[in-house]
Design a protein around this ligand. Structure first.
Ligand code: NAD
Length: 484
């Protein structure tokens, strides 16, 4: 059995407390994972502070970038192992683990190296009040120890989006992967341990959230900033913790994302794109569409076609290339999805596709599969219209005009993403400012340059992430003024 341990200041450390990571595909044990002990967190933070405020944090950017580039190349060479690890933890297909997580994640380190080299330090001359001349210059310094707390849905990519900016700016990063997906980050840690990145600059600590590693890391006074992706309720708990010591937080949280389908839509594209946006990764992407609003004139056509598409989606064929779906990440997550779908009929809605656990007649029946689901007929205040399902579940409702469509789309505490399906260019350009979300896609979904900024509205996020914004979050401007 694989044993996944903690990496603390260059040393692999086991723990008396372990748990078994279960495959959501077959119910088999994937690995035994060692939950970090409090002492390991103290040691990781102490080593991290020494690195960030010592040689690692003060070396010239080019020297640090050279070390990270070398690590990134070594990580890319392990991409097949990373894909296997992701497949084992999540049950997703090889094609998806490779294209959506593995290659994108390993490429991110190079992307952040390039970006960091373009960051400019500022300087200026000035005349002081006493008539003297001065000059000031501002440089960005590392913040110190950055806690990187990631979710399970795209494990390596989400973690790399935090680690790459933190490390390139000279911080020490403490990686806390989700308890559901410990494997790929452990491989990343093996590669870092064998690289020139100094021991103290990176630690990997496994464990859970509350009363466990996640809470202990974020509570630690030696942690200078926290970057977190996960549920809004967890984000709120972490913000309360971060208030002690006034530590900065950066958060990407959930979504209950709408799509608007107008009468002038290219229906072929909207169905294909709508299918991917709702069911890709079994609906476990923060940007997945969960609420679709269709102009009444095209509503029946959209619903009929989407039901046909949902019923024909292939499930649980990991070696199949192209679109298919795997299980949900765990049985407990399936229980959450199922319990939300189970509210549909009692609250006045109707389920037209899915709404059930599939039966395969083989080992997959021990997995956490759930059928792609299309529901209709719910009011805006119904439970499933308010709560994020984070599963393969779409609700479709009609609208009569643009104002109503916008009002329906904005009727949510979340504000992460939205999609507009329309061939009217003026409409596609005039609608986004009316939508209270951080990212709008037009006639597409999830095509993304990972250095473009993202800021969730409402309970979907705190602060701006990605690209230069992440480099800024992971650093601290320091101004030096000299009297000439
Ligand atoms: P989660 O909030 O349950 O857990 C996320 C991480 O936080 C895990 O590593 C967990 O162990 C840790 N954690 C839990 N409680 C903690 C605590 N009290 N203190 C410190 N750490 C704690 O989220 P999840 O179920 O892993 O992920 C799914 C959620 O993530 C969904 O809501 C989804 O929308 C969101 N998400 C958002 C984005 C985005 O870009 N906005 C991207 C991916 C996922």
């Amino acid at each position: 059995m694989k044993e996944l341990k903690n990496l603390v200041a260059g040393e692999w450390r086991g723990s008396a407390r372990t748990w078994d990571k279960i495959s959501p595909f077959s119910g088999h044990v994937v690995a035994r994972v060692h939950e970090a002990e409090k002492q390991m967190i103290d040691d990781a933070v102490a080593a991290g502070r020494a690195a960030a405020f010592g040689e690692w944090g003060t070396m010239p950017m080019r020297a640090r970038v050279a070390i990270i580039r070398d690590f990134a190349q070594k990580l890319s060479a392990r991409v097949d192992d990373l894909v296997e690890a992701d497949m084992a933890d999540t049950g997703r297909s090889r094609w998806q683990a490779s294209t959506f997580d593995g290659k994108r994640a390993t490429g991110l380190f190079e992307k952040y190296c390039e970006l960091a080299l373009t960051l400019e330090n500022r300087s200026n001359n000035f005349e002081g009040e006493g008539g003297f001349q001065g000059v000031w210059l501002t440089q960005r310094r590392p913040k110190g120890v950055i806690a990187c707390i990631a979710p399970w849905n795209v494990p390596l990519l989400m973690m790399s989006l935090k680690l790459a900016p933190a490390l390139v700016m000279g911080n020490a990063a403490i990686a806390k992967p989700s308890e559901e997906t410990p494997s790929s980050t452990t491989i990343l840690a093996e590669v870092i341990a064998a690289s020139e990145v100094p021991d103290g600059a990176f630690s990997l600590l496994h464990g859970f959230g509350r009363d466990s590693t996640g809470a202990w890391i974020t509570e630690h006074p030696g942690v200078d900033a926290i970057t977190f992706t996960g549920e809004p309720a967890t984000g709120a708990a972490i913000m309360r913790t971060a208030a002690t010591g006034l530590r900065e937080v950066s958060m990407e949280l959930g979504g209950k994302n709408p799509a608007l389908v107008f009468e002038d839509v290219d229906m072929e594209r909207a169905i294909e794109g709508g299918m991917r946006s709702a069911f890709f990764n079994t609906g476990q992407i923060c940007f997945c569409t969960e609420r679709v609003y269709v102009h009444r004139s095209r509503y029946d056509e959209y619903v009929d076609r989407m039901v046909g598409v949902a019923d024909s989606i292939v499930m649980g064929e990991p070696e199949r290339s192209g679109f298919s779906i795997g299980p949900l990440v765990s049985h407990s997550h399936r229980e959450k999805v199922k319990s939300l779908v189970d509210t549909v009929v009692p609250e006045g809605g109707e389920i037209l596709a899915g709404g059930r656990i599939p039966e395969f007649g083989d080992e997959r029946d021990k997995g956490a599969f759930y059928c792609p689901t299309v529901a209709v007929g719910l009011d805006s205040d119904a439970t499933m219209m308010r709560e994020e399902t984070f599963g393969p579940v779409m609700h479709v409702a009609p609208f009569d005009d643009e104002d109503e469509a916008i009002a329906l789309a904005n009727n949510s505490r979340y504000g992460l993403g939205a999609v507009i399906w329309s061939q009217n260019v003026a409409r596609c350009l005039s609608l986004p400012p009316k939508l209270r979300v951080g990212h709008v896609w037009v006639n597409s979904w999830q095509i993304r340059d990972l250095s473009s900024p993202l800021a969730g509205v409402g309970i979907s996020g705190v602060g701006e992430q990605f690209g230069v914004r992440s480099l800024e979050f992971c650093s601290q401007p320091q101004t030096i003024t000299i009297r000439l």
